[in-house]
Design a binder for this molecule. Structure first.
Ligand code: ADP
Ligand code: MG
Ligand code: MG
Ligand code: MG
Ligand code: MG
Ligand code: MG
Length: 695
């Protein structure tokens, strides 16, 4: 496939296509009643070598996908695959497996998107477990699909990949990882190489080292080779790319080789899609902190807990001019954020969206924005697309240009798919019966499917509550950007505070509010005061579990805007009265679930997930990041110098497999109880009941 030069500007046909989508779907108002959603689970494939007490990444993606495809073909032709029989018992279609950037990665999605029927939510966890089982069945006996965000010794000097390849290839030019680490499809190494050449040097990822008792100070990453002279980029480290006090990494694989948990929703229409995009956005950093799972890089404990900034830097293609290191000359703008970053736009046509919430540093292509406006798009959406379009496309295939079709084609998709923001607004693809979708992208993958299901279901329920109650989570975008940094703090769940809106409840007389109240006493719309009065710093526990009102504050507001449990109602009333209380996301969801006509079984199962999240949020249960860090620090081979050796990683990954299998086999609460509590057990028992019922 041919690769064209970089810097090809987007053509007007692209912009017009976006405008046409809006006309077709928004203004003509085509509605979908099927509210659908789906999760994406990403795995690392690891191979244990028990005789040598080591574990390596297995570069087996292609073989596994081939084997999986063969089984799928067999199942389509009516062949008998054991897993297929299981599938018909569960009433679910065969999962889909996808390639990912790393040749050691695998992604699995449900075979069909989920409905939002609360009862169907109970299928999610068994389906995730089933996906993992299918993946495992297509691997060698010593290989496992594990759901850690990163491989702890990626980029070390030892043979951490199987088969082994030496580093320093022509595409990545990394001194730590070989080109063979990436999916060999030309798109992936090309992406990496083009990011590097656009920058004019390698990507630069410095993560602060975790300073333990015996960590050398000042810390200089001992794995950096200053004497390499194969590529011009080998000069990077001689020019100061590796910083004192930091673990240094130099390739896209250190970021895009991480696994995450993503959730995509189809909205009823573009209006609802735009609302979900805005309202979920402030939750991005909060969910990142709560799912923290990334305390090790390149064989060192680091002083942060999440993957986000590393990915951001691993694909940061900005030039020195765009970064503000040189005066603008060839480039058009200074760009404050990497193309992998938290969102910079709000797009909902919601009267509650105040201009003060918008990002003052937003960069848009004004010329393109004008064309979108001329094409009939409204200002907010035109701004959103004109912002995405400030980036150059990174990979362009000659074939795509040959078949240039102004209405079809995939140039928009190409650009959209390399704008990695924490929320993604996905317009309907041109030739499929799919509506407007919104993707929630900040969460870290969790070790067990119990946890992955819990967080997925939490996000689904939050979207339902947002729409049913017309919740308002708006804060100024720069506060969300700031929260994203805060989420990196070690143990941010218990140590940090995040900007959050004081009162998420609606104050206008919406039909929902009236219905919920059973009367018409919804609080009147307050005259908007200074924006700064609308939000404050909160702990994660406050955000999720709520906080009582200051008892000294006068309670002048007797309205009970939601039929919530009394603590939530009291906190909501107090928040409205300026008493400092906050209803809490979990009590809001409880009240939402109580308003539905659920069977006791469904209600109990969902309560179990929410209870788990409640306990994560108040610190009773540990994040994976904390659990991993503690595991390393207590390991007899760890020398308290931040180094995480091969033997420690071997034991850690064995434990990770054990935790996952114990949770799947209803033995949770013993292994990994610090993370899971007893919650996984009961869920797994319910799972075996479902299995037994199908048998
Ligand atoms: P990407 O990698 O581009 O985010 P994937 O295809 O890997 O996209 O995953 C998208 C997710 O969206 C999957 O979980 C899938 O089940 C789900 N999905 C597919 N179609 C729809 C739809 N119409 N509405 C909502 N979700 C959908
Ligand atoms: Mg995907
Ligand atoms: Mg993807
Ligand atoms: Mg993916
Ligand atoms: Mg995705
Ligand atoms: Mg994809």
């Amino acid at each position: 496939m041919g690769l064209l030069a970089l810097g090809t500007a987007l053509e007007w046909s692209e912009a017009r296509k976006a405008a046409n989508h809006v006309r077709d779907w928004g203004i003509e108002g085509k509605e979908r009643d099927a509210l659908l959603w789906g999760d994406e689970i990403e795995y690392l494939v690891v191979a244990f070598e028990h005789d040598r007490r080591r574990v390596r990444l297995s570069l087996c993606q292609a073989e596994i996908l081939k084997a999986l495809a063969k089984d799928e073909a067999l199942s389509k032709s009516g062949g008998c695959v054991a897993e297929l029989q299981k599938s018909s018992k569960l009433g679910q279609s065969l999962p889909t497996f996808h390639p990912e950037f790393g040749r050691f990665m695998l992604e699995a999605t449900p075979g069909k998107p989920w409905s939002i029927n609360p009862k169907d939510l109970l299928d999610v966890e068994p389906n995730m477990k089933w996906r993992r089982r299918i993946a495992k069945d297509h691997m060698a006996e010593n290989e496992y699909p594990i759901t850690l965000t990163t491989f702890p010794r990626l980029g070390t000097k030892d043979e951490y990949i199987k088969p082994y390849f030496p580093p320093s290839g022509p595409m990545l030019r990394s001194q730590f990882v070989p080109d063979e680490i990436a999916n060999p499809h030309i798109r992936f190494p090309t992406l990496a190489a083009n990011i590097r050449s656009r920058r004019g040097k390698k990507v630069e990822i410095n993560v602060p080292v975790f300073k333990d008792e015996k960590t050398p100070s000042p810390f200089k990453d001992p794995t950096v080779d200053y004497n390499l002279h194969r590529w011009p980029e080998d000069d990077d480290v001689r020019n100061g790319a590796a910083k004192d006090g930091y673990v240094y990494m130099d390739a896209m694989a250190f970021g895009m080789g991480s696994c995450c948990l993503q959730i995509t929703f189809q909205a009823k229409n573009i209006i609802e899609g735009r609302k979900l995009y805005d309202q979920l956005s402030p939750l991005g950093p909060i969910m990142l902190a709560l799912t923290a799972a990334t305390p090790i890089y390149k064989g060192f404990l680091v002083d942060t807990d999440v993957r986000w900034n590393q990915i951001s830097r691993a694909v940061d293609d900005r030039t020195p001019e765009e970064l503000g290191e040189k005066p603008l000359n060839d480039d058009r703008w200074r760009i404050p954020k990497s193309r992998y970053a938290s969102n910079s736009t709000y797009i909902s046509q919601d009267p509650r969206l105040r201009p003060e919430y918008m990002d003052p540093d937003l960069i848009v292509d004004e010329r393109l924005k004008q064309k979108l406006l001329d094409g009939g798009m409204d200002d907010l959406l035109a701004t959103h697309f004109a912002h995405l379009f400030i980036r150059d496309p990174l990979v362009i295939f000659a074939e795509d240009l040959n078949e240039l079709d102004p209405e079809g084609g995939n140039h928009f998709e190409n650009l959209q798919s390399t704008n990695w923001q924490h929320m993604r607004f996905k317009p309907p693809p041109p030739d499929a019966d799919i509506g407007w979708r919104v993707e929630f992208r900040s969460m870290e993958i969790q070790i067990t499917d119990f946890e992955n299901a819990a967080f997925s279901i939490f996000i689904v329920l939050i979207t339902r509550a947002i729409l049913s109650y017309d919740l308002n989570f708006y804060i100024p975008i720069p506060r969300t950007t700031e929260n994203m940094e805060t989420a990196h703090i070690r143990d941010a769940v218990t140590q940090a505070k995040f900007w959050f809106r004081k009162d998420p409840l609606p104050h206008h007389r919406s039909s929902h509010a009236s219905r919920l109240n059973g009367n018409h006493t919804a609080a009147p719309l307050p005259t908007p005061g200074p924006v700064e009065d609308e939000y404050r710093l909160m702990t994660i526990s406050e955000i999720f579990n709520g906080s009582p009102a200051n008892p000294a504050s006068p309670s002048t507001n007797n309205a009970n805007p939601l039929d919530a449990p009394s603590s939530a109602a009291a906190a909501a009333a107090a928040a409205a009265a300026g008493g400092g209380g906050f209803p809490g996301l979990i009590p809001l969801l409880d009240s939402y679930l109580n308003s539905l006509d659920l069977s006791i079984q469904t209600r109990c199962q969902l309560a179990r997930y929410l209870d788990f999240i409640r306990k994560r949020a108040d610190g009773t249960l540990w994040t994976a990041a904390k659990w991993i860090r503690e595991f390393v620090r207590k390991h007899p081979e760890y020398e308290h110098d931040s180094r995480v050796g091969e033997g420690v990683v071997y034991d850690l990954l064995k434990k990770v497999v054990e935790v996952e299998e114990a949770s799947a086999a209803a033995e949770g609460g013993v292994v990994g109880w610090e993370m899971l509590g007893g919650m996984a057990t009961a869920e797994a028992e319910a799972h075996s009941v479902i299995d037994a019922a199908g048998a």
